[in-house]
Each structure stands twice: as C-alpha cells, then as structure tokens.
Design a protein around this ligand. Structure first.
Ligand SMILES: Cc1ncc(COP(=O)(O)O)c(C=O)c1O
Length: 512
C-alpha cells in the first residue's frame, strides 16, 4: 500500500530527513488527514514510495510508535492510533507553532503575583543595564574586563584535566557552601591581600555578588525594615532590598565616601537592619572611604545593631599604592558581611562570587542558598581552586594590574586632553570605571544618541541616584578598551559634547 498524502522532504532544511518525516506524519495524524485506525504503509513500501532509505522511515516510525501516535499489531502491520496523545495535552500541532508562546491567553488565567514579585518587578530589570550599545567600537560601558588578556588556553587545560579525572565529586551533588579547596584558597588570599579576618567555614561560594545580596535580603529583612544605602549607589543592591520590601534610607557620599556624620540625621530615629557600603571604591563615584569614617561607620553600626554589607567588587585594582584594606578586617564585633566577586578579576559570565559571613549568619545564609539553587557549579569551582593553588590567580592579577594601569593612565590623559574644560576632575586611581560629571548640564538622551552615532557608547549615572541631581554625569568604564581606542573614543566624545553644548545654547537663545 502507499501513503495517500503529499510528503515534502528537503535535504537542505537543516533537519534530518527522519525528523522531517516524523513531523509531517505526526501533524497529518493530529489534523485527521491520517485517520485514527487506518493502516500505515510498511516501512519498506514507504521508503520505496518516497525514495528514502528504509532506516530513515524506520526511525520516523519508531519515534511515532514510542510517542503513541501509531501502534504495531503483531502480524498485521502498523495503524494510526485512535486517540492520538496530543489530544490529551494539546501540544502544538504545527512545527512552526512551537517556538512562539501561546497568544491571547486571558490574563485572568494567572494567579496574582506574590507581594515579593510585585515589588521586584516595579521598575525594569534591564534598567540596571545601560542601553544596549554592545556593537559600538568605542564602548565605555563599565565593568568590562579585558577579556583579550584572559588566559583562556590555561583555563581550558585546567577544565579538561578536571573533566578527564571523572571524579564523582565534580559531577555529583556537593556541599552548599562550596568546594573546600576553593574556600581554603580564598581564605588565604583574602587574609593576605585584603586583610579580611576569616576561616574557610565562614565562606559561602555564590553565583556572583548579586546572589549574595539577594540571599542577605531574604535572610535579614522583613517588609518595612530600614536599610541604609549610599546615594548614589549600586542598583543591584537597591533592587534586591526593595524587592524584599525594605524602606531605603539614603546616606550621602562625598570625596571621602559615605558621610558618617549625617547617618543619625538620615535615619531619623529608625533602627536600620542593614547598611550597604562600597568602601574601597564607592560605586559609582569612585570615592575611597577614609579611615576615620570607616571607624565611625563600624561604631555606628554596632550602636544601632545594624549589619554592614561591604561590597568589595573591584578594589584589587588600585593604581597608586597598595589596595586599601577591607573594612571587615577592622571589625571586632562580627558586624560586617564581606562580599567579593570574580566578575571583575576574571570575567562576569563565570557567575562566581563569595560571602564571608559572621558566624551567626553562616547557617541561615547557607540554608537560603540551598533553597535557591543548592550550590554553585562544582566543576568551575574546582577549576578556580586549581587556578588559585597553582599560582595562576595572583599571576593573572599582576598582569591585569599592569594592563589596567596603562588603560587607566590613557583614560585620565584623554579626559584631560579632550574634555579638560568640559568636565569636573573625576575621582580615579582605583577600579575599572570613573564617574565623569559635565560642568554644564546637557540633555542626556541627545548626548547618548549623538555619541552612539559616532560609535561611542556612554552611560548616564542617573539610574544610580534615587534623587538625581541636575548635573549630567556618566559612568565610564575604561578597562575593556585599549589605549588607542580610549584616545579616539574620548576625542569623538569631546566633539559630541561641544556640538550638543552649541545646539543647546542656540535652542535656549532662540527660545528666550
Ligand atoms: C557595586 C557592584 N557590586 C558588584 C558587582 C558585580 O556583580 P556580580 O558579582 O553579580 O557580577 C558590580 C558589577 O558591576 C558592581 O558594580
């Protein structure tokens, strides 16, 4: 017997022929063009009819049999099932339907969102990311490490070695707090390089600082609790705390970091549960918290029984003198949680960071981590432990310090040369970015659009303020561009700012 159906197979369609045949037969069954109970041609007959190998047809039939679209009756052949399985669960009938989400579903079909979800979705998550300008040649987006200098061959070798070992510890379930060798290596590094006081038991490996902030928010906060944040400050922290229902209290920042003298006035009698701070390189201003303020901050936190969250995201890179030591190392009363990340020292897509927890928080935060995702990917943790233990981490850090120092110096020189009369002197010297403030406010959307037309990516600082000031400021990263690109990008930016200033002045005088 033959199949009374048109079947069109295309060798160049990018799908194997047996898969195309399976799809077309399945759809014909679902649409009733192959009626329930009707007999299918034998695999040999259909292969002859369509000019296919018998294997191709057998493979398509096997799949249809396994999924219950056809049944085989011993000695009598293969038949279309009378109740095809998709009738039961309304799977998409056409291959082309598959990738698109169902349309016109009534919104009432959804249960209402939780209070957490409503708060979390107030404001878009992508507001945290500057507008997509990833393809611009002179992209001053912050937080971009020099990936071209990352030792990918070495990383591949270490990963390959771990993979080849077929050790169950890399492939099975693992402890929540992270791979012991990594926690041990981190403890030694943090003690030596950042003066952090810790033991491996206090360390929890997480998927980047963002997860650390989310876990702390969940463990420490109830809706309505007050949290002190720097203004301007890191959006990732603000969003994690407001999703938990926290009431945000601002702490203003100046050239010596968070102004501790104003804390009492700002909290106005409230008892804040948390205080989030970036003492080694304030985000985004670049200020370094002075020693007297560090001590005042710790005293204040102790007196208010507030937990201090120290986000130490990029202080490994300090271009004049040694990196400033961590606030956590000055604390003698277990008031500080220290957060670190590998997003800047290695690369962001690794999604790895860590918390150093005061002993009383170890168990609750580990439990929250277990509930969230059990633990961070073990294989990558093992590779990172090897990277540390074989001396590559510190070697990489030394190499990157040199690369970034050169880029930092090129950035400072280019600002001076191209924007010297247009901007206030930025705070530089640490990290991977600087806050650049124009002397004269300009319409930021126009500036961003014009710069993009010239191939330059710039990013307003405004989202980092709860109450944005009238000045126009940009958060400018310089580590993802080499010296020539920095120089040329800045030259173009200078031209764009001057043109926008002229146009703004013309419009103002025409209007006035
Ligand atoms: C203040 C601050 N903390 C932390 C991070 C890193 O976040 P994550 O470790 O989740 O990649 C960034 C990244 O830009 C940051 O600016």
């Amino acid at each position: 017997m033959t199949l009374e159906l048109p079947v069109r197979l295309d060798e160049h369609a990018g799908l194997p022929l047996h898969r195309q045949l399976y799809d077309q037969l399945r759809i014909a069954i679902l649409e009733g063009r192959l009626a329930g109970g009707s007999r299918m041609p034998s695999t040999r007959a259909l292969a002859d009819q369509l000019g296919l190998s018998r294997n191709t047809v057998t493979s398509a039939y096997d799949q249809l049999l396994a999924e219950g679209y056809i049944t085989a009756r011993l000695g009598s052949g293969t038949y279309v099932c009378t109740a095809p399985p998709d009738d039961l669960f309304e799977a998409p009938r056409h291959i082309t339907d598959f990738p698109s989400p169902p349309r016109n579903l009534p919104t009432t079909a959804m249960p209402p969102l939780s209070d957490w979800a409503r708060r979390a979705t107030e404001g878009k998550v992508d507001e945290m990311l500057p507008p997509g300008t990833a393809t611009l040649p002179y992209d001053f987006r912050d937080g971009r490490p020099a990936i071209d200098h990352f030792p990918t061959d070495l990383w591949r070798r270490l990963l390959g070695r771990r993979l080849r070992s077929k050790n169950l510890a890399h492939f099975g379930y693992a402890p929540t707090n992270g791979v012991e060798a990594l926690r041990q290596a981190l403890t030694e590094y943090l003690r030596r390089a950042r003066a952090v006081r810790c033991t491996p038991e206090q360390i929890l490996i997480v998927n980047g600082s963002q997860q650390a902030l989310d876990l702390l928010a969940r463990v420490c906060l109830n809706p309505g609790d007050a949290v002190v944040l720097e203004e301007p400050g890191y959006l990732g922290a603000r969003r994690a705390f407001t999703a938990q229902g926290a009431r945000i209290v601002h702490a203003t920042v100046d050239a010596a970091g968070l102004i501790t003298d104003e804390l009492d006035h700002m909290v106005a009698g409230a008892s804040p549960k948390l205080l989030y701070v970036t003492p080694s390189h304030q985000f985004p201003t670049g200020a370094v918290l002075s020693l007297p303020r560090r001590l005042a901050l710790l005293r204040w936190a102790r007196e208010h029984s507030a937990l201090v969250i120290e986000d130490d995201y990029d202080s490994e890179f300090r271009y004049a003198g040694r990196p400033v030591e961590a606030l956590q190392g000055l604390d003698t009363s277990g008031t500080v949680v220290y957060i670190g990340t590998f997003s800047k020292v290695l690369f962001p897509s690794l999604r790895m960071g860590y918390l150093v927890l005061p002993p009383s928080l170890v168990e609750p935060v580990n439990t929250a981590k277990w509930l969230s995702d059990r633990y961070t990917a073990t294989l990558e943790q093992q590779v990172l432990a090897d990277f540390f233990n074989e001396g590559h981490f510190e070697r990489h850090l030394r190499a990157m310090r040199q690369v970034y120092q050169t880029r930092h110096d090129a950035f400072v020189a280019a600002i001076d040369r191209e924007l010297g009369d247009l901007v206030l002197p930025p705070m530089t010297g640490t990290g991977l970015h600087a806050l650049v403030t124009l002397r004269e406010p300009l319409p930021i959307e126009t500036l961003v659009r014009r710069a993009a037309r010239e191939g330059v990516g710039i990013y307003p600082a405004q989202p980092y303020y709860l109450n944005p000031p009238p000045e126009t400021s940009l958060v400018m990263g310089y580590t993802g561009l080499n010296e020539q690109m920095i120089a040329e990008g800045m030259r173009r930016l200078g031209t764009v700012i001057r043109a926008t200033m002229r146009e703004t002045a013309r419009t103002a005088s025409a209007g006035g």
